[in-house]
Design a binder for this molecule. Structure first.
Ligand code: ATP
Length: 434
């Protein structure tokens, strides 16, 4: 790793200082593994979700969106297998009492103090709570540990109401909760996080083809949004890593500052989920094809991504330290602020002219107005948060109506009419790969 690469410490520090991500409940000493997105973080995360939604839902004719509730009927989790087997193997150190995920350990001793470990026991990762005023087992509900089940139970509703024909998919973005044994590494593994999931329903027999398609499609999404190819890879699961119902599974991995780690999983889940829900609910979840007069339970390809993990990956990948500046070379579509406006002086009507220009640009882009400090310092403050375009209003603007437009990455400046600047930025953004 060279000097210009991000470390987790540098990212955490930048995120706090500039308002991307704060520790949850910080004034009370923080809540372990929970994070709050600040003014810039919320924009960045929203842009990640928007790009995903645009790519997998709005620009396709074979996908429908959904926003299911977090709390679901408890039978859902019986049918899905989560109550019986959504668990991780847990071990405790007999000396220092620390807890570890047994499958993450390289040796059979405590990685912290070398102490002896207890036998493995299975620890269910679902958060439990109660619905209604009575706290008994009848009232137990779970915070969903994945958004996927909300899609499976709505398969018929969506298919019928949107008149979708197999092959088609349902996509959803939402919060999930897992009582992780060893959360950590900033927002990489938390107990509350957001997922972007697709369940793509296909005719049995065509599943391998669609699985291959989605592996490539999802890998390319990160590349098109600027992540360097050499920091991404697809890793196929070994046979013994596969869930019992999965025919194949691959992870999109990113070279995080902590090493290669999962960003997204793509799985061929066969007809397991719909079959299980059919059995448990007693409702027929077969699909009938009018074209071929065939009735079948579709197979499902599931690309399942983490919003927080991809946001962290976009931050880590874009972080560059150059000689006299730190830059987030974020894709302009993801950048929290698109355009910064700098009046060179507060005098001569420049401030008012710049304000006017900003209010026009605000209709199309997120903007930031900065009149304080030297122009160099103002540029550097924006570089550090990834603002791709900077506009400077100077005394020539008052004479001939032109401004300078600066590009964050090349630092190249062009002189352009203030009337044309919104269009110029629009064209630059529109020219990015879809
Ligand atoms: P891991 O092996 O890292 O625990 P997983 O294989 O259990 O992850 P999936 O169930 O496939 O993860 O979830 C899909 C995606 O959701 C992951 O690729 C990741 O981006 C995100 N995700 C899962 N668990 C967490 C978590 N605890 N914190 C943040 N994101 C998560």
């Amino acid at each position: 790793m060279n000097k210009s690469d991000a470390t987790m410490e540098k990212l955490v520090s930048l995120c706090k200082r500039r308002g991307f991500i704060f520790q949850s409940s910080e004034i009370y000493g923080g809540l372990n593994s929970c994070w709050d997105y600040g003014p810039l973080g919320v924009e960045l995360k929203k842009n990640v979700k928007e790009q995903w939604w645009k790519s997998v839902v709005q620009s396709r004719d074979d996908m429908a969106g959904l926003d299911a509730s977090i709390l679901m009927h408890p039978h859902v989790w019986e049918a899905s297998g989560h109550i019986d087997s959504f668990s991780d193997p847990l071990v405790d150190c007999k000396s220092c009492k620390r807890r570890f995920r047994a499958d993450h350990l390289k040796e059979q001793k405590c990685p912290e103090c070398g102490g002896e470990l207890t036998d493995e026991r299975q620890f269910n990762l679902m958060f439990k709570t109660f619905m209604g005023p009575v706290e008994d087992s009848q009232a137990t509900v779970y915070l969903r540990p994945e958004t996927a089940q909300g899609i499976f139970v709505n398969f018929k509703n969506v298919q019928a109401s949107a008149r979708m024909k197999v092959p088609f998919g349902i996509a959803q973005i939402g919060k999930s909760f897992r009582n992780e044994i060893t959360p950590g590494n900033f927002t990489f593994r938390t107990r509350e996080f957001e997922q972007m999931e697709i369940e793509f329903f296909v005719k049995p027999g065509t599943d391998t083809e669609w699985y291959e398609y989605w592996r490539e499609e999802r890998l390319n999404w990160y590349i098109k949004l600027g992540i360097k190819k050499e920091k991404l890879r697809l890793r196929d699961h070994e046979q013994d890593e596969l869930a019992h119902y999965a025919k194949a599974c691959a992870d999109v991995e990113f070279l995080f500052p902590i090493g290669w780690s999962e960003l997204e999983g793509i799985a061929n889940r066969t007809d397991f989920d719909l079959t299980q829900h059919s059995k448990r609910s007693g409702k027929d979840l077969h699909y009938f094809s009018e074209e071929t007069n065939e009735k079948f339970i579709p197979y499902v390809i599931e690309p399942s991504a983490g919003v927080d993990r991809s946001t962290l990956a976009f931050l880590a990948d874009s972080y560059v330290e150059e000689e006299d500046r730190t830059v987030l070379k974020l894709d302009p579509r993801l950048a929290p602020i698109k355009v910064a406006i700098f009046p060179l002086s507060k005098k001569g009507g420049l401030l008012e002219r710049a304000k006017k220009l900003e209010s026009g640009l605000r209709k199309f882009y997120t903007t930031f107005f900065d009149e304080k400090g030297s122009i160099g310092r103002r540029y550097r403050r924006q570089d550090e948060i990834g603002t791709p375009y900077g506009i400077t209003i100077d005394f020539d603007t008052m004479e001939n109506g032109t401004v300078t437009l600066r590009d964050r990455d090349t630092m190249e400046q062009i002189r352009i009419s203030e009337e044309k600047v919104a269009e110029e930025i629009g064209q630059r953004i529109a020219g990015l790969p879809d």
